[in-house]
Design a protein around this ligand. Structure first.
Ligand code: SF4
Ligand code: SF4
Length: 147
């Protein structure tokens, strides 16, 4: 039986469309982070970027995201390996480290809802930065996103 592309290609070998399809749209990387200036430790908050759709957890400004949010990174294979704040369940990271995708991944289960139904997305677990006092971010640190 023919193997799916993510089992036969490295991240670098994927076409742009294949690369994009590896994102499971969990939205975890769009959560705001706090970095301890002394230790460099990173804490994740439940505060999500203002451009994250609360239902789909997708970016509503995907094409213009680097203009709208200059610190929003364009993920690359190199960054997948280097970024310390990329969530442990990010499908790029999982694929790079295990050669597999989770059974709730859209490409595996055939549905965009698997990531939400299994609690791996920020759907129902985040709050838009538009609704949060910028001085209160520390009150919204969470521990369910593992790095
Ligand atoms: S601009 Fe889009 S991709 Fe970037 S952090 Fe915000 S919601 Fe996420
Ligand atoms: S954490 Fe990874 S899989 Fe989840 S939305 Fe971000 S890039 Fe996509």
């Amino acid at each position: 039986m023919e193997q799916p592309f993510w089992k036969t290609k490295s991240l670098e070998q994927m076409s742009p469309t294949e690369w994009e399809s590896i994102c499971d749209n969990c939205g975890q990387c769009c959560l705001q982070k706090l970095e301890d200036e002394d230790t460099g430790d990173i804490a994740i908050t439940k505060i999500v970027c203002r451009y994250s759709d609360p239902q789909t957890c997708r970016c509503t400004q995907y094409e213009n995201r680097s203009i709208k949010v200059p610190q929003c990174l364009q993920l690359t294979p190199k960054l997948v390996r280097e970024l310390t704040w990329l969530p442990r369940t990010c499908s790029y990271k999982v694929l790079e480290q295990t050669g597999e995708l989770a059974d709730w991944h859209p490409l595996v289960c055939g549905s965009d809802e698997g990531v939400h139904d299994t609690g791996h997305s920020v759907q129902g677990q985040s709050i838009s930065e538009n609704l949060i006092d910028p001085d209160s971010w520390e009150e919204h640190i969470i521990d369910w996103v593992e790095l």
